[in-house]
Design a protein around this ligand. Structure first.
Ligand code: SF4
Ligand code: SF4
Length: 636
């Protein structure tokens, strides 16, 4: 495969030359070996839920039309999607559980390696969820917030979890209540929408997709909606809010992005995965005099910690740490030959790193009790010994610096400046403290609408190509682009997050951004920080006294890969924001499920999914949707 078909990133293309000449195993070559990939799987019509199967349905209407138990394509496709949502929501929500437990430990004085960094945010969250008491100390308040967060995972009663209850925009919550009533009154069915308990909604999916249980596509998909809401307005939201309290709410700052942030003179540590609990510590300890002296004693100038994927986004947003790349850069970083350690926590980590690292002096270090990799070095992370463990990890990386083979070092020079750190708090600050100037800009037409882009790299798509083409198209149409995850890293690498991009932005949007001093492409954080976009949408809706589905907002996941993206897309739609996807999700084997997700769900939630493989056509469609919403609001 030619370099420019694998990635549009010039840094990646430079590494491909080394990769091909040395024959390093990589995601693109492994994809080739997988071809042709299974059509049944792509359409979602295979089932291996019980061992009378696996069963496959003929997607062209022939035989077999049913599995051994009698399940048809509609049931099988819906069950498969539902299980993707359960896994994605669980990944985000289990991430959220960790800062909740850590906050409780800090509040009780059981963990002194961490502290409350943002007391103002803590007060704000305490007020929002109704546990604020001006007489409480900061630690007492932290304890109460942690208990409410943990209660969202464990409560055994009906009714909405407290975080979603506090944060959901008013009209959306009313809509969910009406919907639940409509299912009971008009259809005689109990179908819940508001999440009762974060863990329970995922377990409910595992129960109802067990052999011989729920077979009705509507009933199945609505539980998917409920579970996704327990992620977006529950687990992910808790992760974001509590991490802000513990590690600081992101502020606007300038960083650098791409493989060029790897520094030949330093011990380079790439931190990757999703959680900031260990990585924030590594960043902190790496800056100490002791670690610098230790690195110097081994011949380096110091320790250079850089980020990758969403762990990278977490420390980039809060600590201003430069980022080496997104999902498909993880193997390429090792191939630069100048990385002493890749330190990982959970999610989106290629197990191939274990073998690839052995071609170099690189240590592949796993740290999580939940994510182990044969061939990796495991340094077990436990929060109560965070300082010591972070130091162990750094020393381990420093120790191999003398083994670096200079002949194998090929670091691309490519890197871009990026302005990042747009938490909702920072956006409101740029707007002068209220969403009103943004509402005025939207009402006046300087900003036609807002598109939130999320998600991954997918090796089936030229890396970053869809992210960048779509973003560029939207900027030409007075559409503000916000987003998270690997999209945000793609945009940062390509220079879309600095003020220079304003020269390629349509005049009205350019004018607004210049007056506010912000780029037209805003980095809002990691995957769990998609919750920041929900909170922003909710603030706009509540200020205007409308429901979210009336606002000119669209979501997109143009190079999505993971089950987490399915959960994110579903909670965006459930929250009233239409969502574009590419590639197509594995649902096309059922016309019924496809119609439900792309059409019928609109009638229930005011938003639906659409699939489009061409970035210009996708931008056209998004603009069309935005214009329609504007018209309905009486805006020109
Ligand atoms: S649950 Fe039904 S369709 Fe699925 S594998 Fe078992 S028999 Fe086949
Ligand atoms: S955007 Fe996707 S690939 Fe990237 S870190 Fe998040 S889930 Fe993983």
């Amino acid at each position: 495969m030619k370099n420019d078909k694998r990635s549009v990133d010039p840094a990646a293309q430079q590494v491909f030359n080394v990769m091909d000449s040395q024959g390093y195993d990589n995601a693109w070559s492994r994809l080739e070996k997988q071809k042709p990939q299974c059509g049944y799987g792509e359409l979602g019509v295979c089932c291996k839920i019980c061992v009378m199967g696996p069963c496959r349905i003929d997607p062209f209407g022939g035989e077999p039309s049913r599995g051994v138990c009698g399940a048809d394509a509609d049931t099988i496709v819906a069950r498969n999607v539902l299980r993707m949502i359960a896994v994605g929501a669980s990944a985000h929500s289990d991430h959220g559980r960790r800062p909740a437990i850590l906050l409780r430990e800090v509040a009780e004085g059981k963990n002194t390696d961490y502290k409350i960094t943002d007391a103002e945010k803590l007060k704000g969250v305490a007020q929002k969820i109704g546990v604020y008491d001006s007489g409480d100390s900061i630690l007492e308040m932290a304890g109460k917030v942690a208990e409410v967060a943990l209660d969202c995972f464990s409560r055994q009663k009906e009714g909405c979890i407290p975080f979603a209850d506090a944060y959901l925009p008013k009209k959306r919550q009313e809509r969910f209540e009406k919907l639940e009533k409509m299912f009971t009154d008009e259809m005689g069915m109990t179908i819940g929408v508001l999440p009762r308990n974060i863990d329970r909604e995922a377990v409910d999916i595992l129960q109802r997709t067990h052999f011989g249980t729920d077979h009705d596509p509507l009933s199945l998909l609505m539980q998917g909606v409920r579970c996704s809401l327990s992620d977006g307005w529950g687990g992910s939201l808790i992760a974001t809010e509590l991490q802000d309290i513990l590690f600081g709410t992101p502020t606007v700052k300038s960083v650098q992005a791409n493989l060029g942030v790897i520094d030949e003179d330093y011990v380079n540590i790439v931190v990757s995965g999703h959680e900031p609990i260990l990585s924030a510590k590594i960043v902190e300890i790496a800056m100490s005099k002791a670690m610098k002296e230790y690195a110097v004693s081994k011949g380096a100038k110091g320790v250079n910690v850089v980020g990758m994927c969403c762990t990278g986004n977490e420390i980039l947003m809060r600590q201003g740490v430069s980022i080496a790349g997104n999902e498909l850069h993880q193997e390429l970083a090792v191939m630069t030959g100048a990385v002493e350690a890749v330190v990982v926590d959970v999610q989106c980590i290629f197990p191939s790193l274990a073998d690839l690292s052995k071609c170099f002096h690189t240590q592949f270090i796993s740290t999580s009790d939940q994510a182990k990799f044969p061939g990796a070095k495991h340094i077990q992370f436990v929060e109560e010994n965070a300082d010591r463990i972070a130091e162990d990890v750094i020393r381990s990386a420093v120790d191999v610096f003398p083994q670096r083979n200079k002949q194998k070092v090929h670091i691309p020079k490519t890197k871009s400046n990026a302005i990042v750190g747009f938490s909702v708090e920072e956006i409101l600050k740029a707007l002068g403290g209220t969403p009103q100037p943004l509402i005025d800009a939207i009402a006046g037409g300087s900003i036609k609408g807002v598109v939130g882009v999320v998600g991954c790299n997918n090796v089936k798509i030229t890396q970053d190509s869809y992210h960048l083409s779509l973003t560029s198209e939207l900027l030409k149409r007075d559409i503000l682009v916000i987003g998270t995850g690997c999209w945000a890293i793609a945009a940062a690498k390509a220079g879309f997050m600095n003020m220079d991009i304003l020269s390629e932005t349509s005049p009205n949007l350019r004018g607004v951004c210049e007056s506010l001093g912000i780029p037209p492409v805003l980095h809002m954080g990691s995957c769990v920080d998609c919750s920041r976009m929900l909170v922003l949408a909710g603030a706009l809706a509540d200020t205007l006294g409308v429901d979210v589905d009336q606002l000119p907002l669209v979501g997109s996941a143009p190079e999505w890969t993971t089950e987490k993206a399915v959960s994110i897309g579903t909670y965006f739609v459930a929250s009233g924001i239409p969502v574009h996807l590419w590639p197509a999700p594995p649902v096309l084997g059922s016309a019924t499920v496809t119609k439900m997700l792309t059409d019928d769900i609109n009638g229930l939630l005011g938003a639906a999914f659409f699939v489009e493989g061409d970035p210009v056509a996708a931008a056209d469609k998004m603009e069309e949707m935005i214009i329609e919403k504007r018209k309905a609001l009486g805006l020109s």
